[in-house]
Write a protein that binds this ligand. Structure first.
Ligand SMILES: [Zn+2]
Length: 124
């Protein structure tokens, strides 16, 4: 939400004009946390926890960070069709991507690069 506000101040961007991408990260298939973490996470969110926290049993919960971030972007005014989610779990694909949990903390990092591009008259 703060980024959308900052972009509107700096560039005049309207939230409904923004594109957003949620890149690879640990997925809801693998992001298991204990109850105190799940409760603290839910307390920080304005939405119903069942939308992004599933009870895995035995005091464990599965967090869906992709969905939590998608909802944060929607609350910032982005349109659902302009939000892309890679749905690529780093732990499931530790052979391709760095995963903190899969490597036991002995890992590298992921990065993304963005740039503003001047609009071109050519639309091809
Ligand atoms: Zn996974």
């Amino acid at each position: 939400m703060k980024m959308a506000e900052a972009m509107e101040r700096a560039f005049g961007s309207k939230p409904e004009e923004l594109l957003a991408a949620i890149g690879p990260s640990i997925g809801p298939c693998c992001y298991e946390v204990d109850q105190p973490v799940a409760e603290a996470f839910a307390a920080k969110m304005d939405w119903r926890p069942e939308n992004f926290i599933k009870n895995g049993g035995n005091g464990k919960y599965m967090l869906n960070l992709w969905e939590a971030n998608r909802r944060a972007l929607l609350c910032a005014g982005l349109l659902p069709e302009r939000i892309s989610i890679a749905e690529l779990c780093t732990q499931c694909h530790a052979d391709l991507l760095y995963s903190h949990r899969a490597s036991g903390g002995k890992r590298g990092g992921l990065a993304a690069f963005f740039a503003l591009k001047e609009a071109s008259a050519c639309q091809n």
